[in-house]
Design a protein. Structure first.
Length: 370
């Protein structure tokens, strides 16, 4: 794994850091520099914006509410939020569809992060969740409710507001109370209005903007779709608890792992459940999520029972804006590093990891700059 991280750094990423667990054994390491302006070395315990991995935490919270009989997966969202999601959309789109990205509601990040100028402006702007939902609802529909998968951050903003409606508490507080605090994830938190990453952390580099560090950034644009800060170690702890049945009853965990194809034409390339996806690897399906924000990318994949785990973070984003038709060298090195963590004994097959693992990953393409 050390060699794989070094190769990922050599491919052009300033830093890569990870934790791998195999049963009771744990390995952590880092390669490269945490930020380009100071060249301070990367460490495996650095905090990081984990983007859409937030969705797994939020979905687990909703499924706890389902288990308690407080909300139903097949409830129309308009039953809970009639003024926010009115009319036919509110009547036909269900909680399940929001969680598995089959609602057909447009992805608001395609409207607020579609130009280089917005890389800076979005990080200096405060958005309310309601504003984000309205942006998403104003976009063209991507399909009929329940028809097919189409990744939409808007759905998870609606889910955050649903949590608040059902519980009477702030969504971030409810996720913290139900998931983060019981697992003692001391380095995992919602930053809220704080633009900084508290404590030791990695920088955030948008490839076309050189050494500029975007680690200080207003994340209200992501909220319950992608605001969370965490570490590779905390992510491994969370997914082991989730997949091992510590957070959800068996019925709700089974619902979470009931997936729809992310590419209907290629169903064997992976499926998305409720805040959780699976991808094919040389040693079988791996479950987890990924996340991409401005300047930081995270991948967290795990064996179905959470026994073998890999969480990996890098501090560079948007290095491939469609100008290279084949797999980008960083993507190839990232896939190789992921395979080294998830399938350490699949050495002969690891060279083909770029074609084995779906690239780019779902959460990374949720930040749509081209």
């Amino acid at each position: 794994m050390s060699r794989a991280l070094a190769a990922l750094h050599a491919s052009g990423v300033p830093a890569a850091f990870a934790e791998v667990r195999d049963g009771r054994r744990t390995w952590s390491g880092a390669s490269g520099v945490a930020d380009l302006s100071t060249a301070r070395p990367a460490r495996p315990d650095m905090r990081h914006r984990v983007g859409s991995i937030t969705k797994s935490f939020v979905a687990a919270t909703v499924l706890q509410l389902v288990a308690e009989g407080k909300v139903g997966l097949d409830d129309p969202v308009g039953r809970w939020l009639p003024e926010l999601v009115p009319g036919e959309v509110g009547q036909r789109v269900t909680v399940r569809m929001l969680l598995n990205h089959t609602s057909g509601i447009g992805n608001y990040t395609e409207a607020i992060l579609d130009s280089y100028a917005e890389v800076t402006s979005v990080g200096q702007t405060r958005f309310t969740p309601e504003e984000l939902v309205q942006i998403g609802l104003s976009l063209p529909r991507t399909g009929a409710p329940g028809d097919h998968y189409s990744y939409s951050n808007t759905g998870y903003i609606i889910i955050g507001l649903l949590i608040e409606k059902v519980t009477g508490n702030a969504a971030s507080a409810e996720v913290t109370r139900r998931v983060i605090r019981p697992l003692r994830l001391d380095d995992t938190y919602f930053p809220g209005a704080d633009r900084t990453i508290r404590g030791r952390h990695a920088g955030a580099h948008f490839a076309l903007f050189g050494v500029r560090d975007f680690a200080t950034y207003d994340m209200s644009w992501a909220w319950t779709a992608g605001e969370l800060i965490s570490t590779p170690s905390d992510l491994d702890t969370f997914y082991r608890a989730l997949l091992g049945g510590r957070l959800l009853p068996p019925a709700q965990l089974a619902q979470m792992r009931t997936t729809v194809p992310m590419d209907p034409a290629r169903p064997d390339d992976g499926g998305y459940g409720l805040g959780l996806f699976w991808l094919p690897t040389p040693c079988g399906a791996a479950w987890g999520h990924d996340g991409g924000v401005i300047g930081q990318i995270t991948v967290s994949l795990h064996a179905p029972d959470g026994g073998r785990q890999m969480s990996l973070a890098t501090n560079l984003s948007h290095y491939n804006l469609g100008v290279i038709p084949e797999v980008h060298p960083i993507d190839a090195a990232l896939a190789d590093a992921v395979m080294a963590g998830v399938c350490p004994n699949a050495t002969a097959q690891r060279a083909a990891a770029g074609t084995t693992m779906r690239l780019p990953l779902p959460g990374a393409i949720a930040i749509p700059l081209r």
